[in-house]
Design a protein around this ligand. Structure first.
Ligand SMILES: Cc1cc2nc3c(=O)[nH]c(=O)nc-3n(C[C@H](O)[C@H](O)[C@H](O)COP(=O)(O)OP(=O)(O)OC[C@H]3O[C@@H](n4cnc5c(N)ncnc54)[C@H](O)[C@@H]3O)c2cc1C
Length: 405
């Protein structure tokens, strides 16, 4: 057990491990990456691993493009495996109002240098025969989209951080943050004290607990997201484009000969982590396959396979939603040395490589490579959001993740 580090990163999921890797690689700061569970074992490995490049803002597209570059060079950079496929994707509108959103998406994508084009329903069916044309109003093909094995990202970054000299401390719970004169001075863990003047709260579903241990209120809410992996299906190829049905908020991609699919349901289930025992593990999260069955019904005309394909795996995790659907990233104005890498809004794993890189630069050099102030916790001036308002707005952001109106 170490007793000092320049930076303590709390949480070795995708966001924390990527931050620790980029910090350690710089070589000028000592880094400790702590996790109360095994490294990369909570929400990150349960993700779908889809990389959606056509985000809602130029800033997020800039970050995801950077993340794509890192995904391509992951093994070269980290020495660790990452299986990924440049499949592209098909974003499908079933209503005229969503077709208008797609047209705006296309313009933004083009302006930001993405490979996007509007195609006919018949062309989309030809590219992915599991997508039927009935009821399809418009389709956008996004050539830059890809998917990867979600279980490899956090572990790969963490192992590589260790190779660059970071201390890797699994099964180490941060129980308190030590503060003196409005600045972080260290953390208390289940194995003792670590002195540090910088702390990164990358605790995923537990972000609020770590922040509140430092007297900081952060408006985000752990939200259950589930998916199914089916048994192998005849006709599935790894390079079939992923499909997203906008208004139903259903997605599907190839996965080991079968299909991986999920939904952002209308009424998501939120969790208060204080209601769980302190050693709660995401693998024990209560799941509900009925949510997915209802989603399969909703898209039966376009993706009939989802109703009949036998499930091989049902899994779920707890990404964190914010009221405006944006990440929470960077320093807290309330406490010197306290940084956030959270508020992933169901798409944090794919962007983690770029977020970790930007945050490492912010910590080490005092500013990020690009203006990230729109993601600062400072935007929630009054952080004392009523919980029911936060959940209402977070539920809207969750359901409308694909921009349907
Ligand atoms: C079904 C599903 C599908 C998804 N699909 C996608 C997708 O296609 N693309 C995408 O980009 N994202 C997707 N996501 C979202 C993605 O999984 C998350 O955005 C991302 O994994 C969040 O990473 P994290 O590091 O914040 O959280 P986690 O991976 O949960 O890591 C947080 C870590 O902090 C640790 N921790 C907490 N408290 C403490 C403490 N006090 N002391 C020490 N350690 C602590 C935890 O043990 C945990 O390991 C999906 C999620 C789910 C569940």
């Amino acid at each position: 057990m170490i007793d000092h580090a320049d930076v303590v990163v709390v949480g070795a999921g995708g966001l924390g491990a990527a931050t620790a890797f980029h910090l350690a690689k710089r070589g000028d700061l000592s880094v400790a990456l702590l996790d109360k569970h095994a490294i990369g074992s909570q929400t990150s490995p349960r993700a779908a691993g889809m990389v959606s490049c056509l985000r809602k803002s130029d800033l997020m597209i800039t970050l995801i493009k950077r993340a794509c570059q890192q995904i391509e060079r992951f093994t070269e950079e980290t020495g660790q495996p990452l299986d990924w496929v440049l499949s592209g994707s098909l974003k499908v509108a079933r209503r005229s109002q969503d077709a208008e959103v797609l047209a705006a998406d296309r313009q933004r994508g083009r302006r930001m240098g993405l490979d996007v084009e509007q195609i006919t329903a018949a062309e989309a069916h030809r590219l992915n025969p599991f997508l039927q044309t009935q009821g399809v109003e418009a389709v956008l093909r996004i050539g830059d989209d890809r998917y990867f094995n979600p279980a490899q990202v956090a572990v790969g970054f963490a192992v590589a951080a260790q190779a660059w000299g970071a201390a890797l401390l699994p099964n180490t719970d941060v129980t308190r943050v030590d503060i003196e004169r409005d600045a972080v001075v260290g953390v208390q863990t289940t194995w003792g004290t670590i002195r540090a003047s910088v702390l990164v709260d990358a605790a995923g579903a537990w972000t609020r607990q770590v922040a509140e241990a430092s007297g900081i209120r952060v408006p985000l809410v752990p939200t259950r997201l589930q998916l199914i992996v089916t048994e192998p299906q005849a006709g599935v190829r790894a390079d079939l484009p992923m499909v997203r049905i906008m208004d139903a908020a259903v997605y599907m991609r190839p996965c080991e000969g079968g299909l991986l699919w999920g939904v952002y349901e209308e009424e998501p289930r939120f969790f208060d982590m204080n209601a769980f025992p302190s050693d709660f593990d995401v693998k024990d999260l209560p799941l509900d396959a009925a949510v997915l069955r209802a989603a399969a019904e909703e898209v039966r005309a376009q993706l009939p396979v989802l109703r009949v394909a036998k499930a091989r795996e049902l899994r779920g995790g707890l990404p964190t939603m914010t009221a405006d659907g944006q990440h929470i990233l960077g320093p807290s104005p309330a406490l010197r040395g306290f940084y956030f890498a959270s508020g992933c809004n169901v798409a944090g794993l794919s962007i983690a490589p770029a977020v970790g890189e930007a945050l490492a630069m912010w910590i080490a050099e005092g500013q990020p490579p690009t203006d990230l102030s729109p993601l600062s916790v400072a935007r929630f001036r009054d952080a004392s959001w009523p919980e029911d308002q936060l959940r209402k707005e977070a539920a809207w952001q969750y359901r409308h993740f694909y921009g349907a109106v």
